[in-house]
Design a protein around this ligand. Structure first.
Ligand code: CMC
Length: 428
């Protein structure tokens, strides 16, 4: 028998159905609450609110489980390619060889961006943060493809827009870096795979031969897979809400990039390295910084620690920690920041403050150290996160548009002034 939730309010009882997911998570469906009772719910930060049903990603924060379309993240990070995972997320199943070949072929064909876009880049100051540039450039793509403004034109048109965006994001990302360096843009090389092509556009120079190191390319592949989706987080919810107004894919993803930028979300990977550098510069006294993080009068937080949903461990952090050791060893990099990160992790994990609040290292704690070893500049770390998250955002946007979800429009409880009369400026 299906469960029913009962609400008693002012002497009356209301009943609401309980819905259950395929992994047995349960939710009280309150979609009729306001119509029946006149009341709404308040849930700041949506800590208890499900905004949709979704068949893309499952995560269990207590058990530290993360699945994309039913497949454990550990297996995908170990065995799959990033574009294979992108296909899985977007189209709902692992591709056959022929499907994957055709997907890769289509993406490879679209890696160039329109020459006119180069002028946009040149107009940005060298000190522009690449996340600001990326969000603007992705939105600008919509101006070059006006037919994409109707997200529901046809399945073929939707696929073309999706492939274009997947193809062009690495080009736009690499060019935002080249522009900041005031170096010449490197065009995509279509005989390279997705990750290698990005590295080529980032690090090659017209004056030198650049060969992509397969160790670096494979490390990048793993990092991108680990970031590819994470159900209804801040940026993904943003993409779904923007898309729910039937805004096009480019503008929805541009909004997602902006949401990701913040230090409490994707921006944390840049903050982690900056924090570790600060601790190192300050003499490396980890205990002092842990004390600061616990001090409620100090705004300092341990960046890369804590997560809204993981309350035991972050499975992505577990994989990244092992990968970090392996990659640094393979590349022969001895980064003193890694020693500080490990010490910080040990101290924090034994500290009552962090234990009682279930604060563990998250995906961003070690990813920055790997990016640094791969020579990715610190300001590009969150851009790397965006490249990784793109298939997830697209899959969520596609699911939302195809599910005919209503426009996202929360309510509020008004707490401002009431019934004032306008006073002339001379009399105020
Ligand atoms: N350092 C010190 N204290 C912390 C930290 C931290 N990193 N994170 C949470 N707390 C404390 C917080 O002060 C609060 O304490 P109290 O109960 O005494 O008021 C308690 O733990 C609960 O924190 P919260 O802010 O209410 O939890 P939240 O679920 O709203 O926030 C979070 C989650 C990730 C924003 C937060 O843990 C944080 O700011 N972490 C640092 C930033 C970070 O690493 N973000 C990346 C997240 S993973 C990448 C992604 O997917 O976005």
């Amino acid at each position: 028998m299906s469960e029913i939730a009962k609400l008693e309010l002012n002497g009356q009882t209301y009943e609401f159905p309980v819905i259950e997911g395929t992994e047995n998570e349960k939710a009280i469906d309150i979609s009729a609450l306001r119509a029946q009772t006149g009341y709404i719910t308040i849930d700041q930060g949506f800590k208890n609110t499900g905004s949709c049903t979704s068949a893309i990603t499952f995560l269990d924060g207590e058990e530290g489980i993360l699945h994309y379309r039913g497949y454990p993240i550990e297996q995908l990070a170990e065995k799959a390619s990033f574009l294979e995972v992108a296909y899985l997320l977007i189209y709902g199943k692992l591709p056959t060889q022929a499907e994957l070949d055709s997907f890769i072929n289509s993406i490879t064909k679209h890696t160039l961006v329109h020459e006119d876009m180069k002028q946009f880049f040149e107009a940005y100051p060298a000190k522009a943060h690449p996340m600001g540039v990326l969000a603007s450039m992705v939105c600008s793509l919509s101006t070059f493809y006006p037919e994409s403004l109707d997200p529901n034109r046809s399945p073929e048109a939707k696929d073309l827009t999706i492939h274009r965006l997947l193809a062009k994001l690495p080009t736009l990302a690499a060019w935002s870096y080249k522009n900041a360096m005031r170096h010449p843009f490197m065009y995509p090389k279509n005989d390279l795979d997705y990750c290698s092509n990005f590295l080529h556009m980032m690090f090659a120079m017209p004056t030198e031969d650049y060969k992509v190191d397969p160790v670096i390319s494979s490390a990048l592949n793993k990092l991108l897979i680990l970031h590819a989706d994470h159900e209804q987080n801040c940026s993904t919810s943003t993409v779904r809400v923007v898309g729910s107004s039937q805004s096009n894919l480019y503008s929805s993803i541009s909004a997602g990039i902006s949401a990701l930028w913040g230090p409490l979300h994707g921006g944390a990977n840049q903050e982690v390295i900056e924090m570790l550098e600060k601790i190192a510069k300050d003499g490396g006294d980890v205990d002092k910084w842990v004390l600061k993080a616990k001090d409620k009068n100090d705004s300092f937080r341990l960046m890369g620690f804590g997560h809204r949903v993981y309350k035991n461990f972050d499975p992505r952090a577990k994989i990244i920690k092992v990968a970090c050791d392996e990659i640094l060893e393979k590349l022969g990099v001895n980064d003193p920041l890694l020693a500080i990160a490990k010490k910080l992790e040990t101290v924090a994990l034994e500290d009552e403050y962090f234990k009682s609040r279930n604060l563990y290292p998250n995906v961003d704690f070690y990813s920055g150290i790997i990016y640094k070893a791969l020579n990715i500049p610190t300001e590009m770390f969150t851009v790397m996160f965006a490249i990784g998250r793109l298939p997830g955002w697209i899959a969520q946007w596609k699911e939302m548009t195809e599910g005919n979800e209503p426009i996202g429009r929360p309510r509020q409880i008004y707490t401002g002034a009431t019934n004032l009369n306008y006073v002339e400026i001379s009399k105020r």
